[in-house]
Design a protein. Sequence first.
Length: 173
Amino acid sequence: MINVSIGDWEGIKKKVNIRKTLSGDLLLREHPEIDIIVIPQKQKVLVLPKDVQSDRIYKLQERLFKYMVQKGVILPESVFSGNIYGSLQGNFPQQAPQGVDPLQVVVYNLANFIEQERPSYEFEKAYDDALEKEILKPDSEKSTELGEVPQEPFKGSIPKYGFPTRGIYRYNY
């Protein structure tokens, strides 16, 4: 956890769960579907899928960069696909108003985006957990014990030994 504070502005502080790599890059892994790498030496933000690249992940990456561009943190002309499969990247400016560290602003806005996305992922996880619980451990009203349903000699729409006209083709004109 690090504290992010932006310049001399009072009240703009946030705790962010972040890791620093051996090369000095910052790694945000709090989002359930993407990893975000901030590369301060190149003024670059790189977004990678955690698992498999899909349309959903691409839309999420696109939403992240749109958010960052709207906040004025990422340069709009710098957003493009990276050299790693399924990645998107964008650059942030080197210079900022006096007393403001651009890296702090980038990390602060990334943390805000992750917080903004968190409720929808928590809702989705809760829904999946409830559905799994209902399927694996149903109520006594929605389940039957073995032998409770009587067996019948013939069930279903497909005969046990096939149709009596097997092998005969009929054409109706």
